[in-house]
Design a protein around this ligand. Structure first.
Ligand SMILES: Cc1cc2nc3c(=O)[nH]c(=O)nc-3n(C[C@H](O)[C@H](O)[C@H](O)COP(=O)(O)OP(=O)(O)OC[C@H]3O[C@@H](n4cnc5c(N)ncnc54)[C@H](O)[C@@H]3O)c2cc1C
Length: 273
């Protein structure tokens, strides 16, 4: 059962941050509520105050500049899956968004909520790491840019400070011949394994948090197509280990490591095509 809580309605990022700072662990940001309210109903977390960020203007816009797409943290998955800017500039992210959760969750769930909750079986973080995205966070008096690969610390744990708000995600657009792909596998509600290839190579969902795998990148980067293809099996094995796969309902550690290798081969072909 959902216990009583007080809803705060700030109008600016500075006010949100001030409330989070003032009320400490008894307050939490509330965006779409698709994760937060479920966790509260289940009694997994309890907050006396929810700080609704949906009235803060400017956090649900998608803008394109020369080299990058900037996505407001309050953009819903639905906004992203139907965005013309993503169709043109970041088709792999658009395709990923079309396959997040179900239509009800995509209507209200935000990309910011997905990233900040850091649920291990989530898709966007893995591709954002591969794309070299930066996460912009703000509090009352300061602003930070955090590389996506540094944002995810552990399961349900990010580099966000308690009074910080994720405001934007800045995603570099791959050059015209820059390839990118994200593939996932799973048979439960959420993905069991995800692999993304773009500027970087990243794995997610199998372990506690999405990770960049520089050692596997080195086996493919700057190589001829034939040489890279010869190295794919080794890169897959390296990426499988780097995923820090956990045996759980989604499959055994060995199985997930194997699937990382399979998805990497397919993602490589997808990115080339
Ligand atoms: C049935 C179901 C299936 C799902 N399947 C998938 C799937 O296949 N793939 C996938 O990737 N995800 C999946 N999800 C997760 C889904 O993407 C998230 O529930 C959604 O994006 C969370 O966004 P929200 O706005 O509802 O977050 P909320 O529930 O409002 O917040 C989640 C957390 O993030 C914090 N937060 C939110 N916004 C900010 C911000 N701007 N700054 C700081 N902190 C913030 C909140 O304090 C809270 O701790 C699924 C979820 C459900 C319920």
């Amino acid at each position: 059962m959902l216990r009583r809580f007080r809803l705060e309605e700030p109008q600016s990022v500075a006010e949100v941050s001030e409330l989070l700072g003032r009320f400490g662990e008894s307050a939490k940001v509330y965006a779409g509520g698709t994760e937060l309210l479920l966790a509260m109903k289940e009694g997994l977390v309890q907050y006396e105050r929810l700080v609704n960020v949906k009235n803060v203007t400017g956090l649900n816009e998608i803008t394109v500049t020369d080299g990058s797409v900037t996505i407001g943290a309050l953009c819903t998955h639905h906004q992203l899956e139907t965005s013309a800017a993503l169709t043109e500039k970041l088709p792999a992210l658009k395709k990923l968004e079309q396959n997040v959760a179900n239509v009800r969750v995509r209507q209200v769930g935000t990309i910011g909520g997905n990233l900040c909750f850091a649920e291990p079986h989530a898709d966007p973080g893995t591709l954002l790491i591969a794309l070299g995205a930066k996460l912009i966070t703000e509090k009352s008096s300061s602003k930070r840019e955090i590389a996506a690969e540094d944002f995810f610390v552990d399961a349900y744990e990010t580099a966000l400070e308690a009074d910080e708000v994720l405001t934007k995600i800045q995603v570099p657009v791959p050059a015209a011949n820059g390839r990118s792909a994200y593939l996932k596998f799973g048979y439960l509600e959420r993905p069991s394994v995800g692999v993304a290839i773009a500027f970087n190579l990243a794995v997610g969902c199998a372990g506690p948090a999405p990770r960049r795998v520089a050692e596997a990148e080195a086996l493919l980067e700057g190589k001829s197509k034939d040489e890279a293809e010869r190295n794919l099996a080794q890169a897959g094995a390296v990426a499988g280990r780097a995923a820090q796969a956990i045996s759980d309902l989604h499959g055994s550690q060995e199985y997930k490591e194997h699937i990382v290798g399979v998805l990497l081969k397919r993602a490589f072909q997808r990115a080339l095509s």
